[in-house]
Design a protein around this ligand. Structure first.
Ligand code: SF4
Length: 379
């Protein structure tokens, strides 16, 4: 059955609770010290209500292509609570064998029995936040796990029956060396992970670690090392910060990167409607989110934005330059763009795509300087 027009095939559900707040985190998440008894059930009730309001308005396609449970730390939500949330959702939609259903998890909240229940529910992919395997760096970042806990958690995921497991690392951590990155990559890829995300640590200028961040030159060296090492381990560098084994790209994230539609649930969740070129966002406060849904039976949307043509063009280039598919040469229309493309080809920041005829794409070095390329080409 074709998807109902105007309905969504990709969902993001934001779970706002965490063990404690990491020092670099800018997501909407509440550490245990910021939560009180009853918050988890208040959140569950609100999210179920949000699902019903959206469901009654026909927001769900009959079959979901991707579902992503992010946060926060969704793995802190009891499997029974997760089951209640999804039995509400499955009154309106369903999944099939092609649905990618991902849950983010942290090593400190991964237990075998619990993950067997998530697996039985239908979750078929886990993205685990390792961030570092250096005990000192983990403390510096404010993470609550140690390297041993990360390995125990990873092994529990495989034992629970997950065959599509991604891990996250951070690079650009103050004091991190190439040897650290080398040993982290070696240790993780020794296990049967199918995907690895390596994000560059970025901090605002007032942050206490800002002055200790590595120089641009050092970062570039590290990013190029990661590219080379991950390719040698058999992973495709398909997006600026993401590497996948064949057939294991993150389908949900590809919806974001290709400008597809997705519907967000939970406090602070964003949504995007491709046809309407509209973005909207929920309140970034558990209280305001729940109050709107439970007390007023109103969707908790804080703002909606219709993209103008300039924003659409910028997005188009941003998305194309972060993916290994790149962009078709027809996009290069003005003389300024043509001159810049020529220069970037000479500087090895762009290259002809090896298999897609008439496409250009960012090189590994171009990925690291993508902000510069985007600004120059989005005219
Ligand atoms: S675990 Fe993730 S979401 Fe939670 S505080 Fe740390 S970085 Fe933020």
């Amino acid at each position: 059955m074709p998807a109902v027009p105007d309905s969504y095939e990709s969902l993001y559900l934001h779970f706002p609770f965490c063990e404690s707040k990491c020092h670099y985190c800018d997501f909407y998440s509440l550490g245990r010290e910021k939560t009180k008894e009853g918050d988890a059930s208040f959140f569950e009730k609100a999210m179920i209500q949000e699902i019903h309001l959206r469901g009654k308005a026909g927001a769900f396609a009959p079959i979901m292509k991707t579902i992503f449970l992010g946060g926060g730390t969704p793995s802190m939500t009891e499997p029974a609570s997760m089951e209640r949330i999804f039995s509400a959702l499955f009154q309106y939609t369903s999944i099939d064998e092609k649905t990618e259903w991902t849950m983010e998890a942290n090593p400190s909240s991964i237990e075998l029995a619990q993950f067997k229940r998530y697996r039985a529910l239908g979750i078929n992919r886990v993205s685990m936040g390792v961030q570092s395997l250096n005990a000192e760096h983990l403390i510096k970042l404010g993470r609550v796990h140690n390297p041993e806990a990360a390995f125990i958690a990873l092994d529990a995921l495989f034992q629970a029956g997950f065959t599509n497991v991604s891990t996250d690392l951070l690079c650009g951590v103050p004091g991190q060396s190439i040897e650290d990155l080398e040993s982290h990559i070696a240790a993780l890829t020794e296990r049967p992970i199918s995907h690895l995300s390596i994000y560059l640590l970025t901090l605002p200028p007032h942050h206490f670690m800002y002055k200790s961040l590595p120089s641009d030159e050092e970062q570039l060296k590290h990013l190029l090392f990661i590219d080379e090492r991950m390719k040698a381990k058999g992973f495709e560098h398909y997006e600026i910060s993401n590497f996948a084994k064949e057939g294991r790209r993150a389908e949900h994230n590809l919806v974001y990167w290709k400008g597809g539609s997705y519907l967000g649930f939970g406090p602070s969740a964003h949504s995007y409607h491709h046809g309407k070129k509209a973005r909207f966002k929920n309140f970034s406060s558990l209280h305001a989110y729940g109050k709107s849904l439970i007390d007023q039976s109103t969707l908790p949307v804080e703002w909606t934005e219709n993209l103008n043509s300039e924003q659409i063009s910028l997005e188009k280039w941003m998305l194309a330059l972060r993916l290994s598919e790149g962009f078709p040469k027809e996009w290069v229309k003005t003389d300024i763009q043509r001159n810049r493309v020529e220069l970037f080809l000479k500087e090895s920041l762009l290259e002809p795509h090896p298999t897609l005829k008439n496409h250009l794409r960012a090189t590994a070095r171009g990925f690291t300087l993508s902000d510069h390329l985007i600004k120059a080409l989005a005219q």
